[in-house]
Design a protein around this ligand. Structure first.
Ligand SMILES: [Zn+2]
Length: 238
């Protein structure tokens, strides 16, 4: 329903689009660069620019619950929706500074997955911090993990995604074994995110193009959430 341009190019900051409908408190466009909340990653904010120069602030982005495949651009409660008739052309402009922080953190969480070889049972990525919950009983060391992330960032590994079919997955048991998360089944194809030589896992999120772009990310806190869960919190250094 909404073409998700960010799935194939996470660097797009804006796109031309057409209003399809107003629904569920948001604006549905035919295409978008706005990432909707999902896979632990926060939804994008930004603005819709109209031909007459008006600028409508987008506060958050969600997947529609009623129309599978549609992306909802949520506007401020007091926004004037009258100019957004179906068929209206807009420029959808993402808050890039905020989104790029999501991308840096999201790629950093994949580095953590490579450093901590245990199943993940929770994940949250925002502009200010990211956290990852590992299903494990062993203690984790903050300084060791921060040093591990810094090393992988300094090594400048390329980051890329690709789509593979379930048949390809089945034909390459080695590929599945190297994945830190098992892919969802039944959709026909799976988007996998590869950090060359470091990590491979199914992921629909937006990422930087190279680990060097993650910059100075450190572990700010490690919590024992339960007997079987260790939470690792990431922040930007300095
Ligand atoms: Zn991911």
């Amino acid at each position: 329903m909404t073409e998700e341009l960010f799935r194939d190019d996470a660097t797009l900051r804006e796109c031309q689009a057409t209003v399809l409908a107003l629904a569920e408190g948001g604006v549905i466009l035919d295409r978008t660069v706005f990432y909707p909340l999902g896979g632990g990653q926060a939804g994008d904010a930004g603005a819709l620019l109209l031909a007459d120069g008006r600028r409508l602030v987008v506060t958050d982005t969600r997947k529609s619950k009623q129309q599978p495949g549609a992306v909802l651009h949520l506007l401020a409660p007091d926004a004037d929706l009258t100019p957004l008739l179906p068929g209206t052309p807009v420029t959808a402009q993402v808050d890039w500074a905020r989104r790029h922080r999501h991308m840096r953190f999201h790629s950093a969480t994949h580095l953590l997955c490579a450093l901590v070889p245990h199943p993940v049972d929770g994940c949250s990525i925002t502009a200010d911090y990211a956290r990852l919950d590992f299903h494990m009983v062993e203690p984790l060391d903050k300084e060791t993990l921060s040093a591990g992330i810094a090393r992988l960032v300094a090594e400048a590994h390329p980051v890329r995604h690709r789509w593979i079919t379930e048949a390809e997955l089945d034909a390459n048991p080695g590929l599945v074994r190297s994945m830190s998360v098992q892919p969802p089944r039944g959709l026909g194809r799976v988007r996998v995110l590869e950090i060359e030589g470091v990590d491979l896992q199914p992921c629909g999120g937006t990422h930087v193009a190279n680990t060097a772009e993650i910059g100075a990310v450190v572990v700010t806190r490690i919590e024992k959430k339960s007997a079987m869960t260790r939470r690792v919190v990431l922040g930007f250094a300095g």
